[in-house]
Each structure stands twice: as structure tokens, then as C-alpha cells.
Design a protein around this ligand. Structure first.
Ligand SMILES: [Zn+2]
Length: 477
């Protein structure tokens, strides 16, 4: 039976179309009449909420407080930090105010400038530091017109943390710490392996002295920059007149960091775990962790009675009882598979006779017969097991795609084969640009943490100059 609701293309054969169908048909999100924008539907928003809830708990532990700053930024603020304005100018949307005397306003593409203007008023003494503030917000980057839901759109949701420190050491330490937090969240919550490291100069955030990144590697051989943590040095502090009175009685310029991730993570979640039937959600992300589907419910009041009992018992997993009388069990199976619910519990008259039920894992299709008395403990154990196995499976896939290149031909071939390629590089921007041209789009992703040290006397894979470090190359989203 052709199922209009279902996914009509295979992930391996046409991933862009597969992705678009999964996102829309599972009701995660939808296209909008507003060009370049998307609508996040309740299922998609609940996934974002899972991330927000997890991360707010972490922020609380790390003494970071949430706050909110204006969406609009005076034009002059952008010009205070030269690299920052140059980096963001092409993607800023402007608001022309009615009065000619009023300054033009930007819709925030990121909030460094507007936040640091406030910081310059709030920070007076070393006792005001460290200052650690996070904001959950929407961001607008106008240059994008072809929307790819969660991955590319003019407006998206994110968090941006902005911290101020009295010493360089503390600033660098916490910039790295946030990257670790991101990697931990990616792996523990989203079951997506994180590749962490330092960005090349070319890929460094405009205005930062160093950018740390965590990259996710997609099944189509493209990397996705999933979160970044920047050591901003003292450039913004100088541009925004942030200074503090030190213990030594002197005025000092503080050090700053900023860090962020966005709803892009949901795009990674879909691509990494989804299959030809639709979404596959890691249990920790799934709003509904188990769905109960009664079989022959109209013929057997006992089945319905028991199904309701089970529903109550599985409350802590936010289980859902699908008792729609007008839909067949087969229809329900397909729909919940499309939506990625981790466990399906089937209960029919024959199961009831044996005082058992059938539990099916969305992740690998495994069917298990479980005595009703053991169900709660079984579900608890199974969800934990699935969460772990999803990360292991995803990690294995990334490891299979990792390779090394010592010659330029090897690099070009490996990119052609959709690999994540580690190679020596000189660190020059022009050389990176050349590689991008020659490979049809490969860029440097990151100098992997603890593995970026060049071999003795090694040369750049492209230009043959002395190598500065080892860095990953891949095409990217
Ligand atoms: Zn080079």
C-alpha cells in the first residue's frame, strides 16, 4: 500500500529530499510563506525544549545567568569592532526609522555589541567579575534566501553566552570548558558524536582571537558546525570601554568569551539518526518515549482496560495511549515510526492471555515479548540501552568516514569519497581558498583536540610550505 504519509525516497539515494520529507511529514516543522523562514511545529519545538531544559540545568551549575537584550542594535555599535562589522555586514537586515535624525538599526545577527554596551555600565570593579550571562533568543541573518529547515534560514533560535573575566587564563579556561559542555550535551542528550577542536584563522569568528568548535559529521559526508566557543580577547572590551578597577588599585581591560549553539542541532538530529521510515529520536530527546497501541480494541474491552492500566504505569516515560477507533494498528505503527517514538508497545487479546505484550524498538526494529509485570523495569532499561546504542552506532559511522591524506591527490580523492580528512596545513587563508576551489567546496573544519600537532618536518598538503598543524577538511552545511 502506497502510504502518502510515509517517506517516499530513500535516505541513501536522495538525502536532501529525504530530509525535507522527514522534517515536514513527521510534523517537526513546516515551510512558511515568508521567504527564507520556517515554522517550528509543536514536535520540533518540544525537541528544542529538551535541549533548552538540559542546557539551563548545566548553566545553573556553571553559575551562568539568563537575561534578555534588545533585538535591535544601533548601526554605530557594529563599527566599533572592525573585524566584527566586516564579518557580519553582508548578512545584516536593517530597519530604517521614520525620522532622519535617528540612527539606523540592525536586527541582531549576534549580540556581542548590544550586550557589551550594557556590560560597560555594569562592570566597575574586579568584584563584578567574572560576569557570566546567557540569552535564549532569535537571530536574523538576511543573506539566506533558500531555506533548509533548521540548517539554513533567515531567522533561527539559539543561545548565546557572553562572559567577562579579569584574567586571560580564566577566560581561556572557561572558553574551553564551554566547548566541553557542548560536546557532552551532543553526545549524552542528542547521541551525536562531537568532533572538537580549534578553527583556522580564516574560519575564526569575526573579532575573536580563537574559536573552538564542535562539528557533527552527517551521513552524506558533510560536516555541520554545531556550536562554537570564542575567546574574544580584549578587542571588544576596548571597543566598548569595558574596564574594571583591580585589586591593585589600577584600571584594567577584561577578557571576554562568547559561545553559542542553535536550532541547527535539530537538523543534525534528523540527519544522523533518521531512516527510511522517518525520524528516530534518542530517548532522552523524545517528548513521548513509548506509545501503546491496543490491537482489536473494539472487540476486546479487556485489552482496552489493560492498555489503560499500562498507560498509567508508564506515566514517568510520558507514554501515549493511541486509542483512536478509526485508525488501524498498521496505520498507527507507521505514524509513530515516522515521528520517531523510541518504543512501541503492542497489546492484543492473545498477548493478554499470556499476560505479556510486544515491545518494538524504533531504533533497530527489535521485537521483544515482555511479561506485563516486568514492563516498567523493562522500558526503563531499554530506553537507557537505546540511548547508548544510538551514540555508539553514530560514532562508528563517523569513525568509518575519518581518513588521513598526505598528498594533495589523496585529499581530493578522499573529499570526493565524502570522507572527513585529516591533513597537514600551512594555516594560510589563500591556501584554504585554493583547496576549497580544487575540491568543489571542502573547507577546514577544526584542528582536532589533542591530535593537531604536526609531524616533524611536515609540509602543507596543498602548497608544500611548512605545516603549522593538522586539520580536518570536509564539505559542510
Ligand atoms: Zn598551504
Amino acid at each position: 500500500m502506497a502510504n502518502e504519509m510515509g517517506i517516499t525516497v530513500k535516505k541513501e539515494e536522495n538525502m536532501p529530499e529525504w530530509y525535507s520529507q522527514v522534517v515536514v511529514k513527521s510534523e517537526l516543522a513546516d515551510y512558511s510563506v515568508v521567504r527564507g523562514c520556517a515554522v517550528i511545529r509543536p514536535l520540533g519545538y518540544s525537541l528544542w525544549q529538551s535541549i533548552v531544559d538540559y542546557f539551563n540545568q548545566r548553566l545553573n551549575k556553571l553559575n551562568v545567568q539568563n537575561a534578555y537584550f534588545p533585538l535591535f542594535i544601533p548601526e554605530s555599535f557594529f563599527h566599533r569592532e572592525a573585524q566584527h562589522v566586516e564579518g557580519f555586514a553582508p548578512e545584516v537586515a536593517w530597519i530604517s526609522t521614520k525620522s532622519d535624525n535617528e540612527e539606523r538599526l540592525a536586527i541582531r545577527p549576534t549580540s556581542e555589541t548590544i550586550m557589551y554596551d550594557s556590560y560597560s555600565k555594569w562592570i566597575r570593579s574586579h568584584r563584578d567579575l567574572p560576569l557570566r550571562i546567557n540569552q535564549w533568543a532569535n537571530i536574523v541573518r538576511w543573506e539566506i534566501s533558500d531555506v533548509k529547515i533548521f540548517l539554513r534560514s533567515r531567522e533561527f533560535l539559539w543561545q548565546e553566552g557572553h562572559c567577562v573575566y579579569s584574567t586571560e587564563k580564566e577566560c581561556e579556561k572557561e572558553t574551553k570548558m564551554m566547548l566541553k559542555e557542548y560536546a557532552k550535551m551532543s553526545e549524552e542528550l542528542l547521541a551525536i558524536p562531537a568532533i572538537t577542536g580549534i578553527k583556522s584563522k580564516k574560519e575564526t569568528f569575526p573579532g575573536a582571537i580563537r574559536t573552538y568548535t564542535f562539528e557533527s559529521f552527517m551521513p552524506d559526508g558533510k560536516a555541520l558546525q554545531s556550536g562554537t566557543s570564542h575567546n574574544l580577547g580584549q578587542g571588544f572590551a576596548k571597543a566598548f570601554n569595558i574596564s574594571f578597577h583591580g585589586e591593585d588599585g589600577e584600571e584594567h581591560t577584561p577578557w571576554q568569551s562568547s559561545w553559542g549553539f542553535s536550532t541547527r542541532l535539530l537538523g543534525a538530529l534528523v540527519m544522523v539518526h533518521g531512516d527510511d521510515k522517518g525520524l528516530v529520536l534518542p530517548p532522552k530527546m523524545a517528548p513521548i518515549k513509548a506509545v501503546i497501541v491496543p490491537i482489536a480494541q473494539d472487540k476486546s474491552p479487556e485489552v482496552m482496560k489493560k492498555a489503560k492500566e499500562i498507560h498509567k504505569k508508564l506515566k514517568k516515560f510520558n507514554a501515549h495511549l493511541d486509542d483512536r477507533a478509526d485508525k488501524s494498528p498498521g496505520f498507527k505503527f507507521n505514524e509513530w515510526e515516522l515521528k520517531g517514538v523510541p518504543l512501541r508497545i503492542e497489546l492484543g487479546p492473545k498477548d493478554l492471555e499470556k499476560q505479556s505484550c510486544v515491545v518494538v524498538s524504533r531504533f533497530n526494529g527489535q521485537k521483544e515479548i515482555v511479561p506485563l509485570n516486568d514492563l516498567v523495569a523493562f522500558v526503563d532499561k531499554k530506553l537507557k540501552q537505546i540511548q547508548k546504542e544510538m551514540l555508539e552506532k553514530a560514532r562508528k559511522k563517523v569513525e568509518e568516514r575519518k581518513t588521513k591524506a598526505t598528498t594533495y591527490d589523496e585529499l581530493k580523492n578522499a573529499i570526493e569519497e565524502k570522507k572527513l580528512v585529516l591533513a597537514h596545513h600551512c594555516g594560510n587563508k589563500e591556501c584554504e581558498e585554493q583547496i576549497k576551489t580544487d575540491t568543489g567546496g571542502a573547507t577546514t573544519r577544526c584542528r582536532p583536540t589533542g591530535e593537531d600537532k604536526p609531524e616533524p618536518n611536515s609540509k602543507c598538503v596543498c602548497c608544500g610550505e611548512k605545516a603549522k598543524y593538522k586539520i580536518y577538511f570536509a564539505k559542510n552545511y
